[in-house]
Write a protein that binds this ligand. Structure first.
Ligand SMILES: Nc1ncnc2c1ncn2[C@@H]1O[C@H](COP(=O)(O)OP(=O)(O)OP(=O)(O)O)[C@@H](O)[C@H]1O
Ligand SMILES: [Mg+2]
Length: 282
């Protein structure tokens, strides 16, 4: 199916509230997401990020408005086709396992989709290999480290060949090294398999790696753009209680100390380069 303007997700005027609640969690939200992009969805606790993810996956039902995924309108007829297109990875890996060992856990999702046995075996093996967990095929998920568990969860999702992967704070339980490893892995996989990523995260430095950053505040999109345009307006983020990227913090501190540093967005790499040049000159 061809996509309108290359949008894999089209959300139009979406409103939602939980049953027996008065408050709208999302109100008239409109959002298009291009196929193949890495989106970072940020916003403080309770801003509606997970709710939005669950609506996109059809786990929750909109009160009004529409959601289209890969050209399919979200409705009772299409919901299962849509679900097949989306892989979700959550914060707590322990709640995501159903199998007694790693390989049967990954196979479970494939069985559910009626994938023939032979193909299932090869897909499980492939998925474990790409996340570097092939040696753990017969291990019990419970005995793995946090980072290994998330790798297995990602393998489970990859085996299903989704077009969209939604990471709902999937790295938040990991140490900084584990986080970096996991994000690098998913980035590499994205380039190879060409899926779309929506990464819900409180890690601003991770968000700087995205193609596009969407800032949700109280169920509304208050900012949306490339990292370099979002993170230079840092007061806005601080005002709604969000952090600013590490390189931006350094830039602000240097400015305060009277160092003549350009008033522009720096990636971490650019900041390191700038600091090295500065050191040579002075
Ligand atoms: N099952 C539920 N029933 C009623 N209200 C809910 C339910 N789940 C979430 N909420 C409320 O909806 C709002 C948005 O929650 P949501 O989990 O989508 O936020 P979030 O942005 O993912 O937050 P966090 O960063 O803490 O994960 C919050 O006020 C929350 O209390
Ligand atoms: Mg959440």
């Amino acid at each position: 199916m061809s996509l309108t303007d290359g949008n894999i997700i089209e959300i139009d005027n979406l409103s939602f509230k939980y049953a027996r609640q008065n408050k709208y969690i999302l109100k008239n939200l409109t959002l298009n997401i291009k196929d193949g992009q890495w989106i970072a969805l940020i916003g403080h606790n309770g801003s509606g990020k997970s709710t939005l993810a669950r609506l996109i996956d059809g786990l929750l039902k909109a009160e009004s408005g529409s959601i289209k995924v890969d050209g399919y309108e979200m409705n009772e007829k299409n919901i299962w086709d849509i679900r097949k297109k989306i892989g979700m990875v959550f914060q707590n890996p322990d709640n995501q396992f159903v199998g007694a060992d790693v390989e049967s856990d990954i196979a479970f999702g494939l069985e559910n989709q009626g994938v023939p046995r032979e193909e299932m075996v090869s897909r499980v093996a492939d998925a474990l290999k790409v996340v570097g967990m092939e040696k753990f095929a017969t291990h019990e998920p419970a005995r793995l480290s946090g980072g290994q568990k998330q790798r297995v969860a990602i393998a489970g999702v990859l085996a299903l060949r989704p077009k969209i992967i939604i990471l709902d704070e999937a790295t938040s339980m990991l140490d900084p090294e584990g986080r970096k490893g996991l994000i690098t892995l998913i980035k590499d996989l994205k380039d190879e398999y060409k899926f779309t990523v929506i990464s819900i995260t409180h890690d601003i430095d991770e968000a700087t790696l995205a193609d596009r950053v969407i800032v949700l505040d109280d169920g509304k999109i208050i900012d949306d753009g490339k990292p370099e345009s979002i993170f230079i307006k840092n007061d806005e983020l601080l005002n709604i209680g969000l952090d600013i990227p590490f390189a931006e913090k350094i830039r602000r501190e240097l400015t305060k100390k009277g160092v003549d540093i350009p008033n522009k967005y720096f990636t971490e790499e650019e900041m390191v380069d700038w600091l090295c040049q500065f050191k040579q000159k002075n």
